[in-house]
Design a binder for this molecule. Sequence first.
Ligand SMILES: *Cc1c(COP(=O)(O)O)cnc(C)c1O
Length: 373
Amino acid sequence: MTELQAASETAVGERSRDGYGDDRRRQGVIGRYAERLPLTAATPRITLNEGDTPCIESRSIVSTLGLGSLHFKFEGLNPTGSFKDRGMVVAVAKAIEEGSRAIICASTGNTSASAAAYAARFGLRAIVVVPSGKIAQGKLLQAQIYGAKVLAIKGNFDRALRAVRELCDRYPVTLVNSVNPYRIEGQKTAAFEIVDQLGDAPEVLAIPVGNAGNITAYWRGFREYHADGLCSRLPRMVGGQAEGAAPLVLGRPVERPRTVASAIRIGNPASWEQAIRARDESEGLIDSVTDGEIITAQRWLASAEGIFAEPASAASLAVLSKSVRAGLVPPGTHAVCVLTGNGLKDPDAARRDLAAPVPVDEDVENIARLLKL
Ligand SMILES: *Cc1c(COP(=O)(O)O)cnc(C)c1O
């Protein structure tokens, strides 16, 4: 039994400390972590049952990498299939509290899917601005089916974000990108959950980095729990950017970000300074990985662990694997890999070079021969 597992056994009986286990009926990020979020008596306690995603223990990759333990925080099991729901529920609750009737976001896809779902459920108008032709099919479909007004802007995500920021300065719509501070507040609950689930913080947290809100949020969450004595250590934050969209690695914005991982195809992250601070304060690192490494990691997760995550999510495993090989993460490390979104959102990215279904007729003997049974 690993150290982390042993800790998690004892943690089960102690969950009441965070208000998680003593009242199982409390659901959603706001219901479970209200006292750690910037809520007032007037904030509506809304939820789509986001959060409480599993920390799946690695069965195979852990030993290939020689780690002490490895868990996958599978955020693809949130209601709209990505971690964006954690921050969106808080941002939407605060928008309702403030009397807002409409929310808007620029999005590489998942923020728009999440904004659209929460707006639909809680009676707000949702407007989403996406880079034209550059978002995954499933994500666009989500925004449309939830009833958002979808606008496609020429240019990349950074352009779209600039446009919606200006719109919000001048018109009565609430911005729900991660520059909205309630988004980061909601997203930090994922760090709480990891500690609540495993009994302590890991030694390394591997995470994809795009607009850099999530690495900011996790670092804040771990620090808050640590300050209150709820975890014994702080993890090193190990961030993964795509090689063609790696402003934080290069130290300068990227004019034309390029990568198969559309959720991290961002050239000028809004939370730039906070991400650098998370990296440095945690004695971690932010490195880039190639699209080839990302797709290899995505396949590895699916075929070795049975977990289908989207390409951006696989950047966390790719950077962890690269860091292990480079000796920057030592053997025996207790690591958690954040898998930010569900692979089903982006079938086109996953489909490349996969074997096509084999045509057969219903002749059982032929099928048996084919399968060498
Ligand atoms: C938004 C997103 C990211 C990037 O998160 P940031 O907070 O922008 O760094 C990574 N993966 C997925 C699936 C996402 O939706």
